[in-house]
Design a protein around this ligand. Sequence first.
Ligand code: 9MR
Length: 349
Amino acid sequence: MTRILAALSAAVCLTAGLAAAPAAAAPAAAEHRPRTLGELAEKHHKYFGSATDNPEFTDAAYLKLLGSEFGQTTPGNAMKWYATEPERGVFDFTAADQVVAFAKAHHQKVRGHTLIWHNQLPAWLTEGTWTPDELRAILKNHIQTEVRHFKGQVMHWDVVNEAFNEDGTYRETLFYKTLGPGYIADALRWAHETDRHAKLYLNDYNVDGIGPKSDAYYTLIKQLKADGVPVEGFGIQGHLALQYGFPADVQQNMQRFADLGVEVAVTELDIRMNLPATPDKLATQATWYADYVKACLAVKKCVGVTIWDYTDKYSWIPAVFPGEGAALPYDENLLPKPAYYSIKKVLGG
Ligand code: 9MR
């Protein structure tokens, strides 16, 4: 059909004495450029993104793909407390600004990660002793200064990261121990006061399916909503491992949060395996990636998927799980793996 139309239009142009080639060639060229994961996801009104980290910014080949293939990015470390407030009251947004500037230059959305987490805190904070009033003031200042700095540039904030244990009890962090569970509602309110447009998320791992940990978030978010606290999203990290099986009920779990009135995002997807990677394992990994993305596509309020960096060259896995790796859709040479093609297919590419 396209060919017939092109031929017809060429004939018409020729008859009219006009140059036919540019008119016919332009749409053909556009049609043949393969769609990126970001563009394909956009057709579903979702984003497909990748985390990144500042040391990778010296790798031109890496940056080229980061900037072209993905519609969203998350700084993997640059927005964490140790990086942004290395001394009490002294803020440094240099690293995070670098990521945000890159995202802006490549028309990418940015997820802000993370305002409160028990890891990667500066020594001045963990080594100090604080009264509840002092810690509350420190927390409020940290949240509001960071949110203000990125106002208008960050679409989501992971306001609190990893607040629960596996059994659904509160994690005994500095914040919980000093302030009690109310620190979560306070943090959400302080962030919302500063940026009314950024969507405020709670984010965790091992909450892919229905179980004690995701139940704890379900109960908490329901209560926060009932209390009028500005929680607007649930972030499912999605750090999976082939040896533990694909989590059950991913779509149903997303849907129950959507039904509570919050949006859902897959925030840190990666699927590791025991090395060496074999064709069989890579094929299973490809199916898992596709199934995970499919679950998000099936839930209207699942707004997008972020992989926790896109290449095995820069994955966090080998350093933390010795003997495991190959977790991302591109290999260490930045070549697409079966998972890349399976994601693309599910997105309609
Ligand atoms: O990708 C991050 C890695 O570079 C850091 O060394 C690590 C420190 O714990 O944190 C990684 O990102 C984590 C994220 O912030 C929260 N969810 C788990 C991620 C993997 O550890």
